[in-house]
Design a protein around this ligand. Structure first.
Ligand code: FES
Length: 157
């Protein structure tokens, strides 16, 4: 997936909060950047490198080392499907397949309209509702292949 056009203007503002020693503040800079953009776009990392003189390889190294950072564009809504044992036993694979077909993405990907990012997670602690998924902070349980697409559609613009 190509990177959507990114406004680089916030970069200068973020960096201006750190008037010195950019290298040791790199994690904080990247955290603020990710808060701003929702992920770390390549063009933004290049811009940070240009403004701070910290080599791009170093920025990229930090961004890929820490799991808190993501280089993949995130959708407006996070769809997390539980693939824990209870959900597996209750047929979550079929549910997941239906969501993948509906959104036309695989796990870890974002839809081309940036509405949804599909993820799988280990047991999210509501096994009695299996099979379960979360959309943003909301739980949906006892999913079927029929109900799951309606739920996702409810979040579409
Ligand atoms: S296995 Fe899915 S919520 Fe526990």
């Amino acid at each position: 997936m190509g990177e959507k056009t990114v406004n680089l203007k916030p970069v200068a503002r973020i960096i201006s909060e750190y008037s010195h020693d950019y290298d040791s503040n790199l994690i904080a800079i990247l955290q603020k950047t990710q808060d701003e953009y929702g992920y770390l776009p390549k063009s933004v990392m290049k811009e940070i490198s240009k403004v701070t003189d910290v080599p791009l390889t170093r920025i990229f190294g930090v961004a890929t080392f820490y799991s808190q950072f993501t280089l993949i564009p995130r959708g407006k809504h996070a769809v997390k499907i539980c693939t824990g044992t209870a959900c597996h036993v209750k047929g979550v694979e079929d549910v997941k397949q239906r969501v993948k077909e509906h959104l036309n993405v695989v796990e870890g990907q974002t839809t081309s309209d940036y509405q949804f990012t599909l993820e799988t997670v280990a047991c999210i602690g509501t096994c009695f509702l299996a099979p379960v998924m979360m959309v943003d902070d909301r739980y949906f349980g006892k999913l079927t292949t029929d109900t799951v697409t309606d739920i996702v559609k409810g979040y579409s613009n």
